[in-house]
Design a protein around this ligand. Structure first.
Ligand code: HEM
Length: 226
């Protein structure tokens, strides 16, 4: 009974889960804002804000990438409904992260920012990851999925893998000594990408079989989203 409810929650429960997830995603912002307000972020609050928002961008990117394999292995299809919110929160933290760099770190000194992008590879890679995130956020709503068509939308949204790789590289390159944290994130990403390989091969086989029109392929359709 309980397992059934988790596998297929009612509309009311889905709404509650969405609200809880929304509040959970907002919590790091509230804690950072409170820390700034109460002056509890230590001697370098700007660094804490920049790093905190950067880490949450990366975490939410990885959590978003976890949704599809988790949904497939558990059969909890409703999880897919949470994915857009998670992805948009990743973008939201990326915006805060970029904003804190441009405003608090560089005081909108565009010359210095331009030099930084050209000189420091970790900044170059971070900017590339952010630029690639923008079209994904802009096309995340249902209207855009319909407008682009499933295949084009899917192809565009597959760039999330590249974004995650760039994000981990960005973190790895900026760390000077202890690389434990970037290694942990890189390992999680490697597992998530590795899990997608069998799914990808299965999807290709399914498409080929369908094109030849001979094999009846069973099982759920290849997910429309990455
Ligand atoms: C998807 C995009 C991005 C992700 C996922 C990301 C992620 C991260 C992470 C995880 C950190 C390290 C946090 C820590 O040390 O604990 C970080 C630091 C940082 N990022 Fe990003 N970042 C992104 C984009 C950018 C962009 C566009 C810029 C600037 C143009 C930028 C500038 C910085 C800076 C200045 C730091 C702090 C470096 C330091 O304190 O030494 N990041 N970022």
């Amino acid at each position: 009974m309980w397992a059934g409810r988790v596998a297929k929650p009612s509309a009311a429960w889905l709404a509650r889960i969405k609200v809880a997830l929304f509040l959970a995603c907002l919590l790091p912002t509230v804690l950072l804002a409170l820390g700034v307000y109460q002056d509890r972020l230590g001697p370098n609050p700007i660094e804490v804000v920049t790093r905190g928002t950067g880490e949450w961008t990366l975490r939410l990117l990885l959590i978003t990438l976890t949704v599809t394999p988790l949904c497939r292995s558990s059969g909890w299809k409703w999880l897919m409904r949470m994915r857009r919110m998670l992805g948009l929160f990743a973008f939201y933290y990326a915006l805060l992260h970029l904003g804190s760099y441009l405003w608090l770190d560089q005081f909108f000194d565009w010359g210095a920012i331009g030099r930084d992008i050209l000189k420091r590879p970790f900044i170059t890679v971070g900017v590339a990851a952010f630029m690639l995130l923008v079209p994904l956020a802009a096309t995340s709503n249902q209207a855009m999925v319909r407008r682009l068509g499933g295949r084009r939308w899917l192809r565009l949204h597959r760039s999330v893998y590249l974004i995650a790789i760039l994000a981990v590289t960005h973190f790895w390159w900026l760390v000077k000594r202890d690389i434990t944290e970037p290694v942990v994130y890189a390992s999680i990403l490697a597992v998530l990408l590795g899990m997608r390989l069998p799914l990808h091969r299965w999807g290709q086989a399914r498409t080929q079989a369908a094109a030849k029109g001979r094999a009846r392929v069973t099982g759920p359709a290849w997910p429309r989203n990455p």
